[in-house]
Ligand binder design. Structure first.
Ligand code: ZN
Length: 370
């Protein structure tokens, strides 16, 4: 396998970046289809539409209907064909962005993502996560191209709920932890090859940024301010983690996370929160990991308020039989757990999750977190 790195064509981040959307959009096209929901439009609509008007760009304004489903993507594809839109612009969270990407790829037009929260890896990636009409995750697809432009207004993100930024830290913390595993074994990445030195360096950079600036960034966002630490964490959550996960590799942390939505008790969790518990579980599974690294990760998560116990993720004293459902999926054929250099069994995953829960509870108590 070759070393492959994929990335968006342009990444722009800064305070008030959306106010310059027109300047960046006009390089890519003249008729953007803007997909957003009413909440997002209330927050950034005036800024974005004003910026487009300044450049004489009239968008096709489309209300996003809640989930990244095939039906919703088909509806957007139909509107693109009807209106002759030449750019699919997703503004909002991961589901909106993923739908815009799917519609843009299907119609062969430019793709722009404008995340208004930094809670996951969607904005830079060439992937869309699909849901069914009932909101169940039904898998993901990797497109042949990444977005043409990722436009990140850090002021907007800093004013979003702190929980979203913290969830993004959970997703981002996993990137280096999982990429290292995939590198050791030569497991493939989503980019269609194995990782480059660049991808590994970016993944490690993001991990270090979180440990150094994560607490400060959370505090700042809770206080409603945009500081250099917030800018750095936004970059780690969106750019470093986005490139690192896609061109590095995934492993058990994401596999466990992907199993959690099938438990009704876990339905309220954000993706990065699911991954956060997966990270600690993966570290408890892996013989090659030092205890220093385990404590570093769990103490970071406790400090920023990410879930580290079963109770935190909504599972109240789960039985081994319940956890075996996750273990069996993890040990199944084609699982991301195949990235490890040892055979991951169902029993080992169950034991690792129970160990993670006990460790999380102990470190929370030590930190005085209830
Ligand atoms: Zn993720």
């Amino acid at each position: 396998m070759h070393n492959v790195l994929i990335a968006p064509r342009k990444y722009v981040q800064g305070r008030g970046a959306l106010a310059e959307a027109g300047k960046y959009f006009k390089i890519l096209g003249r008729r953007p289809l803007v997909l957003w929901d009413s909440t997002v439009k209330d927050i950034v609509g005036e800024t974005l539409l004003g910026s487009l008007a300044e450049e004489g760009i009239e968008p096709v304004d489309v209300d996003f209907r809640g989930d990244c489903t095939h039906k919703e993507a088909d509806r957007v594809i139909g509107i693109i064909r009807e209106t002759g839109a030449d750019m699919a612009v997703g503004v909002g969270g991961g589901k909106t962005l993923d739908t815009a990407k799917a519609a843009g790829i299907a119609t062969g037009i430019r793709i722009v993502t404008c995340p208004t929260i930094a809670s996951n890896d969607s904005p830079t990636s060439a992937a869309s996560v699909w849901y069914d009409e009932d909101g169940n995750c039904i898998g993901f697809v990797c497109w042949p191209f990444n977005p043409d432009l990722v436009l990140v207004d850090s002021l907007v993100i800093s004013r979003a709920p702190a929980r979203a930024l913290v969830a993004g830290m959970g997703d981002a913390l996993a990137t280096w932890v999982e990429a290292k595993v995939a590198l050791q074994t030569g497991a493939g990445n989503i980019a269609g090859g194995v990782s480059t030195l660049a991808a590994m360096t970016i993944a490690e950079l993001g991990y270090g940024i979180l440990l150094e600036h994560g607490f400060e960034a959370k505090r700042a966002v809770e206080a409603g301010v945009l500081t250099p630490s917030v800018e750095k964490v936004i970059e780690a959550n969106i750019l470093h983690s986005g490139l690192g996960f896609e061109s590095g590799g995934l492993a058990t942390a994401h596999m466990i996370a992907n199993c959690l939505p099938s438990f009704p008790e876990c339905r309220g969790l954000m993706h990065g929160e699911e991954v956060a518990f997966g990270v600690i579980s993966q570290l408890c599974l892996d013989n090659a990991v030092s205890m220093e690294e385990v404590y570093e990760a769990v103490d970071f998560e406790v400090g920023v308020g990410l879930p580290v116990t079963f109770e935190d993720i909504g599972l109240m004293e789960p039985s081994r039989e319940q956890l075996k459902i996750i273990g069996d999926v993890c040990a199944g054929k084609g699982s991301l757990c195949e990235s490890h250099c040892f055979k991951v069994t169902s029993e080992a995953v169950v034991d690792a999750m129970i160990a993670a829960d006990a460790l999380g509870a102990e470190r929370k108590e030590a930190a005085g977190v209830l």
